[in-house]
Design a protein around this ligand. Structure first.
Ligand SMILES: [Zn+2]
Length: 155
């Protein structure tokens, strides 16, 4: 229901002294979010932030060692039911935050796997050849990760 015009005018007059609040851009700081968050949500934010920190650090390590990477690809975390990571066609790397509970060599296997996809967007022979050259023992790391999947994926 539309309020009568007189009501609109009253509101306009009351607010005319300064710009309406909604006209300002939303500026919610990380600190404000933290203060408003419930304890379980805080725990999740810390878990997510820790994953971003680890992912960023290991991506930084590998990007310097792979000739086809000039700039760090866009990177984010997202919970996925059946994947540890993915590489989008536009180059974004997505990691499962539960991956950070795994040993570093397993984290590195997933990151390296996704970074090789920046060169070969498939699982063809060239993809595996490059992955094997960069990490000759990748199969052992993958098996170690797969063997522990239930524990790692648990909340
Ligand atoms: Zn793949």
């Amino acid at each position: 229901m539309t309020p009568p015009n007189t009501h609109k005018k009253t509101i306009h007059k009351t607010c005319s002294a300064k710009k309406p609040e909604a006209a300002r851009p939303l500026r919610t700081t990380a600190r404000q979010i933290w203060l408003l968050a419930s304890e379980p949500f805080r725990e999740y934010l810390a878990f997510y932030a820790s994953g971003m920190e680890t992912g960023d650090r290991r991506l930084g390590f590998w990007e310097q060692r792979l000739s086809w990477i000039n700039d760090r690809p866009p990177f984010r975390m997202q919970e996925m039911e059946k994947r540890w990571g993915s590489c989008a066609a536009h180059g974004e790397i997505v990691l499962n935050p539960h991956l950070i509970k795994a040993p570093q060599e397993c984290i590195d296997y997933v990151i390296l796997h996704e970074l090789v996809h920046l060169k070969h967007h498939n699982h063809g022979p060239e993809f595996w050849a490059i992955l094997s050259a960069a990490a000759p023992d990748w199969e052992r790391k993958k098996q170690r990760l797969d063997a522990d999947v239930e524990r790692l994926m648990a909340a």
